[in-house]
Design a protein around this ligand. Structure first.
Ligand SMILES: NC(=O)c1ccc[n+]([C@@H]2O[C@H](COP(=O)([O-])OP(=O)(O)OC[C@H]3O[C@@H](n4cnc5c(N)ncnc54)[C@H](OP(=O)(O)O)[C@@H]3O)[C@@H](O)[C@H]2O)c1
Length: 340
């Protein structure tokens, strides 16, 4: 088999394609997948530069999700069999021609669904679903601000919130992204390079928003509260605002700037504000959350209510370009690596 390993931290050129012996099931519930497509996430670029505390030590193969055909299963696997078209979550290891997933993180690909779309489902939709339905518990007609709205998670969140008839505000870094998110139902797109999102939202709706999905962090977390309604919630699930190269690591940046971000509990009480952190990784083994959410997501996908947006596909050999594309903030939707 072939795999793409991060052998040391650094630029996209550290992504190393290597030949290794084929893998096979190690445990009863293992599923070995011949990978056709893998999802490339912003987090993969962070782990490549060493800013991702939850990644294994180098060398390791990144990749949280893939789709493909089942090659072999462990002795206890009942849900899928060899030859099935599936998509799955992997705790690393999907940037490879063969990947090992657990049975309970493997799902049948919906009929007529491409491998590319299959690989675009798990992380984006689970994150957005958890943020909106589990953390924020959104209700119909609520006003929701989604930062990085044209990204993979952002567009999944748009589809989920639109399905609940919410009114959407989205921040993005270009006019092209503004036009795109408007075209998919975001009523109030804001190009943060031209307009301050706090001023804009105050102009549009002085009352503010019910929920903010914040994957940028740092200065944004303070600003979010300025446009949060009584009883509103901020769901914080990323730190993409880290300027790589400016800080040695995320912790040191937080420590340096922490006084700006401390949240006064009294002001939370007066305003009934909630700050909720979300991270899929620690929930990985609490399978009931994943299963329940994925079942509901798949139902909506099969009915055509949710439809993964693919930004661009790259070949296995062009993995460095795929990372560069995300780091250059060029993607509108999901970036896919086609393995075979
Ligand atoms: N906690 C979790 O479990 C979890 C799970 C999945 C994803 N996430 C987080 O959710 C966020 C979105 O992930 P994604 O994979 O869907 O990525 P993405 O949104 O497709 O791509 C990242 C986008 O973030 C914006 N951005 C803001 N600051 C940036 C910076 N300093 N450098 C680069 N881009 C920046 C850019 O959009 P603009 O040009 O519009 O600014 C960029 O296109 C990431 O922060 C990721 O780490 C968290």
């Amino acid at each position: 088999m072939r795999q793409i390993a991060i052998t040391k931290y650094g630029g996209a050129d550290v992504l190393n394609i290597e030949d290794v012996p084929d893998i096979s099931p190690e445990e009863d519930d293992d599923v070995i997948v011949e990978v056709k497509s893998a999802g490339v996430n912003f987090a993969d670029t962070l782990m490549r530069v060493g800013f991702y505390p939850e990644a294994p030590p180098v060398p390791f193969v990144p990749g949280y999700e893939c789709s493909g055909v089942v090659r072999e299963v462990g002795s206890g696997v009942k849900k899928v069999k060899s030859g099935d078209r599936v998509f799955c979550l992997t705790k690393f290891g999907s940037y490879a021609t063969l990947s090992r997933a657990k049975e309970n993180k493997t799902f049948m690909l919906p009929e007529n669904f491409s491998f590319q779309k299959g690989a675009a489902i798990p992380i984006n939709y689970l994150t957005a679903w958890m943020a909106l339905n589990e953390c924020a518990r959104i209700r119909e007609n609520e006003h929701i601000l989604i930062h990085s709205c044209a990204g993979g998670v952002g567009l999944a969140a748009v589809q989920i919130a639109k399905d609940k008839k919410c009114v959407l505000y989205g921040t993005v870094g270009s006019d092209e992204k503004c036009s795109y998110i408007r075209s998919v139902g975001v009523e109030h797109p804001i190009n943060y390079r031209k307009q301050d999102f706090v001023d804009e939202i105050k102009k549009i709706n002085a009352e503010g928003v019910d929920v903010v999905l914040d994957s940028v962090g740092f200065e944004y977390l303070k600003k979010d509260r300025e446009i949060l309604k009584q009883g509103g919630k901020v769901i914080t699930y990323g730190l993409s605002g880290i300027k790589i190269g400016e800080a040695k690591n995320i912790i040191s940046k937080w420590l340096k700037m922490r006084k700006n971000y401390l949240i006064n509990p009294i002001s939370l009480i007066f305003k009934n504000h909630g700050f909720i952190g979300l991270n899929l990784l620690p929930m990985w083994d609490k399978n009931e959350f994943f299963m329940d959410a994925m079942e509901k997501i798949l139902e909506k996908i099969k009915k055509g209510v949710f439809d993964p947006v693919i930004s661009k596909e790259f070949s296995f050999e062009d993995v460095a370009k795929a990372h560069g594309f995300i780091e250059g903030r060029k993607n509108i939707g999901k970036v896919i690596l086609n393995i075979e």
